[in-house]
Design a protein around this ligand. Sequence first.
Ligand code: ADP
Ligand code: ZN
Length: 721
Amino acid sequence: MNRVRLLVFNAALGPLDYRVPDGMTVEPGAMVLAPLGPRQIVGIAWEEDRLPTEPVADAKLRPLLQVLPVPPVSFELRRLIEWTADYYCASLASVARMVIASGGALSGPRTTTEYRLSGLEPDRMTAKREQAMDALQGEQATIRELAELADVSDGVLRGLVNQGVLEPVEVDIDRPYPKADPGHAQVELSAVQQDVAAELVTAVEKREFAPILLDGVTGSGKTETYFEPIAAALRAKRQTLVLLPEIALTEAFLRRFEDRFGAPPIVWHSSLKSTERRRAWRAIAEGRAQVVVGARSALFLPYAALGLIVVDEAHEISFKQDDGVRYNARDVAVMRARFEGIPVVLASATPALETMQMAESGTYRKLDLPSRFGGAQMPDIKLVNLTEEKPEPGRWLAPPLTREMFKRLEKQEQTLLFLNRRGYAPLTLCRNCGFRFQCDNCSAWLVEHRFSRKLACHHCGHETAPPATCPECGEKDCLVACGPGVERIADEVAEILPDARVAVATSDTLSSPEKAAQFVASAEAKEIDVIVGTQLVTKGFHFPDLTLVGVVDADLGLEGGDLRAAERTYQQVAQVAGRAGRGEKPGEVLIQTRHPEAPVIAALADGDRDAFYEAETEARRHAGAPPFGRWAAIIVSSEDEAEAKEAARAIGGTRPDHPEIAVLGPAPAPMALLRGRYRYRLLLNARRSAQVQDVIRQWLGQLQFPRGVRVSVDIDPYSFV
Ligand code: ADP
Ligand code: ZN
């Protein structure tokens, strides 16, 4: 009899066997519809020997219902799914879900009805209708999506449809995308860029696995250079995937891409409308999508003919996903390239130590762009020692920095102040009794946001209005803000330079691609004199008249105590420094610090990247930290504190006795309470040769936990919270 084994998207079900009815052919990787009890489920046909399960007698098998009208999941992608699940100790089901990513893509009509405002007025205006009509100006989407956008019920919008205020538009969801043209506007590359581009083009033409580190200083033209292998892939009719660390960066990238290739690439991120998602997914799976730019989730899509992967700003920690499948998109990108047999380019001005090590050992090829394009000089970097040059009480900008800011304003040049802290102040307390505002759900202070008048938890999103009186002692007007956030720095700038036009750039103020685009446009039009921003402004932006960068507190990142603190500080400060003097005017960077002697700060001041990597490499080697050893974390959580503690103790009590693996903990996690769950953590430090994943699987596999307990494994963790 003809049988088939399915990988289904619910891990609890395990693999399921079905009968293939006469006349139906099911290729490996085919997506199929199958009966499960009274329901229907989607599954992927998988190789039986790679998906072991209890055998089921032929007679008991139910027949498949249908092969879905989409291309099968390729051999290479099936192997990537297996590798990812295995390496990150995740279920195959949860990895496969990232491949599907669009339920709508698997079936359904090829046209859909969307709605938009017709210009007509309703016969009766209500508050809800008015709200909807204001919010939906210029929008076109399904009723569901419009209702969400306008924050009204479907019913309100249906009423407007009946009145003709919203008109239906039939759209072909699978309509083709504009074609990118490799020869549209070729840029003349510098000699160095040309050499690097030629190597990359050759790698694409060869069609074999080639991991490449594109190591180029900020402003060296990494993007311009990697556009050439993209052009080569276009010519060869192969697809390219460009991974960016943040959606906020996509806008600038889209513009440059369109300038070069005459059409925008296809964008993929988590907040796409469902129809856009379906359209993109099908174009990708059918090979019609030429170039896809996206956040890390774009990595698992079923590309029909992938020819090149680029990971831009490859050192960024946002490539690490910290919920669901805890994977690092940079590392999985390299694996995907390996399975597909194609080149992968990791572009960065401050590569991760792990990546540098791979390059040094010859595993990755390293191509260098050592200087800025067009003769622009690297900025001049100076330290401001805050223990000597003190800001005035209650202020955060020291005199040497404010003096320079003053000069920039006079010369009509721009300043960027970097502080990686959103909001007004990281801590609010009562002057009278010392009460501190803390989140009810998390071990975290509430952060005051003055623009939006609220106290917010940056971990769970909990928000509350600042009370008029202290909840503890009842005193009026007694709340004091402690420490600076970007909003407070912006206030300080407004006091020091009353004529300056100040903009705050954070994920709060640049929350949508439109707002990000507006910000870029006004900075380029020089409608902004001083930008105060978080890590969001450290990369991607190119403002030629920005000549001064001030790092408000370089020590901030070093205080966290996490494994990569020094590296991250180095990367952030080097990146933000890279925003200065990108045009003809030279740039200057002032770094405020209380620890000028710290190796990372000294290396930044000397502009000596090699010194930093050397010192950091030694420190890591000494600690058995990556890339010399490996870390893994086990996080146990429950809404019940005693239950979490008990489960953590049970895990700790059965720890394996392994000569190459040290187990630390269990201990309360630094964020001992997060989103209402109590958390304990164990850390594993292993030699490279140890099979950590196997050890963890065996260890946890023997244990049983109460329903409310969640145990998650984080391989190569970044965030130690
Ligand atoms: P990076 O990504 O290395 O920081 P970019 O690719 O953003 O550098 O390039 C920095 C600036 O120099 C951009 O404005 C870019 O358009 C410009 N540029 C780089 N290379 C060239 C070139 N060959 N011709 C014209 N402009 C270039
Ligand atoms: Zn919280």
